[in-house]
Design a protein around this ligand. Structure first.
Ligand code: UD1
Length: 422
């Protein structure tokens, strides 16, 4: 298994272009199944999760062509031949459950192995399933598979008991071809959900209230294939800003939508970092006097849970007391033990982490436990004294395109090597 070696302590400087958003691309690729014909998607990042998703839709009968250099993906979903996604394809990626919406809409059946993904808590799919039942599907759990059947989905009212990005996206995809109107209450307002809805609208779907808590979908008979460019990745964007900040360098990220990362920019400014933004860029620079901050992860527009881990890495070097309260996932502090091995001073109390800033972090061999925990280790290593060896980097391959290339161009000393026993 490959490892990263990072020689820390170099200030990052320069521009880092941001790739297309993984979490928007995944449902959008799967939503292409709703339109018989050829869909062309642009700004698709070349990531492990994207390649898994392509395998899934090919398994279902779609023909695909992925140009990873140009980041374009053509999907021909003229004919679907299968409505079952097996465990081997689902086990590494929770987003595979997104096939339920389009398959129920177009094929009236879906058999999906219960999903895997990042090990950050229980992460049930009960809200997805309750929503599809409300829309007229029968759901059975059988030998690790979700088996869903319908005579045809019908519009209904569904109030989500908890804000869920995945359930909101999945139910929108199911409702677009349902008979009549569907009202979804307590919806996720994440930009990724908005991007998916805009893609569906371009295909001919009728959706009101996109980006609000209440989404109304007026079912249509069919959708047509279109060309669409996926939005930029706000989590990748945030990670590189945090990498710039921890090295006290000056990093400008480009090809982004600054309002997507407003909560992060406001926090960095409050901590004393210099923040500038333009139409499609943002930059971070060192501040004269940095101070600790309090962060609570929340659904959008609150502080994203996916930036909690890399933000904690930054906080380990910010003087004073910093506090992070993780309200979205119950087991999202697996990076803490690794950061402590690098010299961080962190105490966990239930869902809160108290981080006392230290002067310097020091390199140590560490291991990624999930995608964003991995991002925290990379951010920390960039500032740590000495050479950090990071293992299990397949986690970060799921979400960071051309990571070594992008960081190297900004002055980081990072190499990817074959090896590592674990
Ligand atoms: C998506 C993102 C993930 C991000 C998360 C929160 C993708 C592919 N992944 O994950 O990167 O961290 O949003 O912004 O877009 N829940 C239930 N029952 C359900 C569904 C969710 O209890 O049926 C709970 C979850 O356990 C969690 C909370 O709701 O505590 C939010 O989860 P959700 O928004 O659904 O996250 P994902 O869509 O899995």
């Amino acid at each position: 298994m490959d490892i990263y070696r990072i020689k820390g302590g170099k200030k990052l400087n320069g521009e880092i272009p941001i790739s297309g958003a993984k979490n928007a691309a995944l449902p959008i690729i799967i939503a292409s199944l709703l339109a018989p014909g050829k869909t062309k998607l642009k700004n698709i990042p070349d990531l492990q999760d994207i390649r898994t998703t392509i395998k899934i839709i090919e398994y279902l009968g779609a023909k695909t062509e992925f140009d990873s250099e140009k980041n374009t993906l053509t999907i021909d979903a003229a004919k679907l031949t299968n409505a079952e996604v097996p465990y081997d394809l689902v086990k590494t990626m929770r987003a595979s459950v997104y096939v339920m919406g389009p398959l129920l809409g177009r094929c009236k059946e879906a058999d999906v192995s219960l999903p895997g993904g990042c090990a950050i808590g229980a992460r049930p799919v009960d809200i997805h399933l309750a929503g599809f039942e409300k829309l007229g599907a029968s759901i059975n759990l059988d030998h690790g598979y979700i088996k869903a059947r319908t005579a045809g989905l019908k519009g209904n009212i569904f109030v989500m008991p908890k804000v869920s990005v995945g359930a909101t996206a999945n139910l929108i995809m199911g409702a677009v071809l349902a008979k009549g109107d569907t009202i979804l209450e307590n919806c996720a307002m994440e930009p990724d959900v908005v991007d998916l809805a805009e893609f569906l609208i371009k295909m001919g779907a009728k959706i009101d209230g996109v980006g609000t808590e209440r989404i109304v979908i007026h079912g249509v008979k069919s959708l047509k294939p279109v060309e669409y460019s996926v939005m930029p990745d706000r989590i990748e964007a945030g990670t590189y800003l945090l990498a710039g900040a921890i090295t006290r360098g000056n990093i400008k990220i480009t090809n982004i939508v600054p309002r997507h990362i407003e909560s992060l920019l406001a926090k960095l400014e409050e901590m004393g970092f210099g923040i500038k933004t333009g139409k499609n860029w943002a930059s971070v620079s060192d501040g004269k006097k940095l101070t600790g901050a309090l962060i609570e992860t929340l659904p959008h527009p609150g502080f994203p849970t996916d930036l909690q881990a890399p933000m904690m890495a930054l906080m380990t070097t910010v003087p004073g007391i910093n506090v992070i309260i993780e309200t979205i996932f119950e087991n999202r502090f697996t990076h803490v033990a690794e950061l402590v091995r690098m010299g961080a001073n962190i105490t966990i109390e239930g869902r809160s982490a108290i981080i006392q800033g230290v002067q310097t972090l020091s390199a140590a061999p560490v291991m990624m436990s999930d995608l964003r925990a991995g991002a925290a280790l990379i951010v920390a290593a960039l500032a740590a004294k000495g050479e950090t060896e990071i293992r299990r980097i397949y986690h970060s391959d799921r979400g960071y395109e051309k990571l070594v290339q992008k960081l190297t161009a900004a002055g980081a000393v990072i190499t990817r090597e074959k090896g590592g026993n674990l």
